[in-house]
Write a protein that binds this ligand. Structure first.
Ligand code: SAM
Ligand code: DTB
Ligand code: SF4
Length: 349
């Protein structure tokens, strides 16, 4: 039998991509207080514990998606009452991005309900990316599967991040999506990485998976050739009409536990407390930040579902003494030279 090395608390904090699944399971098995203590300790090695990165989402093409992701209100296969929308005009996106920046966002994420983008659509997306970057915001897009050529086009246009999630464990995945494989997702992630863009990759909890699936998802993420720069941990937003509409709510402490293990496995990545905050108490969100979450989606809407009121987030940050993280570096592709770090005008009011 091969000997399994399990990291001791003293060894935690190093960036490793050779985690054994047994080590991930061992972290999940820690008493809650020990786990949170280790996670907070590691968090402080690489991050200011009182700063949280702010991203804002916009659905630039909504609904009528041919894929069958069981959680998704945008799949054409489920009747969720969603109004479909064509690709937005670049100017509409620029207006929304300016508003997001004024509300404190440093990153603007554009989502499209596509299996993969068509090359002619990519030209419009590229114009959107340029408009977002011209405002001094980081750009992110999530458009479905990409070929290497498409990834290279987006990278050349200056797209900073590409979001593409593994969603769940390889085993549970087959119960959630049948129209594309886990390997398809890994291939898109390789294309994005090889093109030199930053990778945003995470998953969804609360889809009826078991603890072993959550361990396997985090193990997959933490053993990619490089850790994703950004790791969104979504809690399922159960939408009427989707196959997962009646999923039992997830144990909130198990949600926090998963954030803490993500923090320990990927010490330098931003871990985003992503979809599902609208259903979470302030206390649960505070625990998630203590566990090492250091990014949120801010804004009244995610893609098609709700998010906490911006005033509520401002008040939560004030009560916790959290300030928005400023941008780490200026945009190298910006045509007009250096850009001042984005200042949060409402969140740190
Ligand atoms: N169509 C593209 C794709 O799937 O790659 C991009 C947009 S898709 C909506 C982006 C991600 O949103 C999904 O991978 C999934 O992780 C997340 N998501 C979608 N619906 C969700 C829901 N109801 N609750 C939580 N997360 C959800
Ligand atoms: C991610 O991991 N979560 C975001 C973003 N990446 C694109 C999307 C959440 C969507 C929640 C359901 C909706 O609003 O449609
Ligand atoms: Fe389409 Fe993305 Fe929704 Fe899946 S998650 S149905 S690919 S929009």
């Amino acid at each position: 039998m091969t000997h399994v090395h399990v990291a001791t608390p003293e060894q935690l904090g190093a960036v490793r991509t050779d985690w054994a699944l047994a080590e991930v399971r061992a972290l999940f098995a820690l008493p809650f207080n020990d786990l949170l203590f280790h996670a907070q300790r590691v968090h402080r090695l690489h991050f200011d514990p009182n700063r949280v990165q702010i991203s804002t989402l916009l659905s630039v093409k909504t609904g009528a998606c041919p894929e069958d992701c069981a959680y998704c209100p945008q799949s054409v296969r489920y009747d969720t009452g969603l109004e479909r929308e064509q690709l937005l005009a670049v100017e509409e996106v620029a207006v929304a991005a300016a508003k997001a920046k004024a509300a404190g966002a440093t990153r603007f994420c554009m989502g499209a309900a596509w299996r993969s983008p068509k090359d002619r659509d990519l030209a419009v997306i590229i114009a959107m990316v340029k408009a977002v970057r011209a405002l001094g915001l980081e750009s992110c897009a999530t458009l479905g599967m990409l070929t290497s050529e498409q990834a290279a086009r987006l990278a050349d246009a200056g797209l900073d991040y590409y979001n593409h999630n593994l969603d769940t464990s390889p085993e549970y995945y087959k119960k959630i999506i049948t129209t594309r494989t886990y390997q398809d997702r890994l291939d898109t992630l390789s294309a994005v990485r090889d093109a030199g863009m930053k990778v945003c990759c995470g998953g969804i909890l609360g889809m009826g998976e078991v603890a072993e699936d959550r361990a396997a998802l985090l193990h997959m993420l933490a053993t990619l050739p490089a850790h994703p720069d950004s790791v969104p941990i979504n809690q399922l937003v159960a939408v009427a009409g989707t196959p997962l509409a009646d999923s039992a709510p997830m144990d909130p402490l198990e949600f926090v536990r998963t954030i803490a293990v993500a923090r320990l496995l990927m010490p330098k990545s931003h871990v985003r407390l992503s979809a599902g905050r609208g259903e979470m108490s302030d206390e649960l969100q505070a625990l998630a930040f203590l566990a090492g979450a250091n990014s949120i989606f801010h804004g009244e809407k995610l893609l098609t579902t709700g998010n906490p009121d911006t005033a509520h987030d401002t008040e939560l940050f004030r009560r916790l003494g959290i300030e928005p993280e400023e941008r780490a570096e200026p945009v190298p592709h910006h045509p007009h030279g250096t850009i001042a770090p984005a200042r949060a005008s409402t969140l740190n009011a």
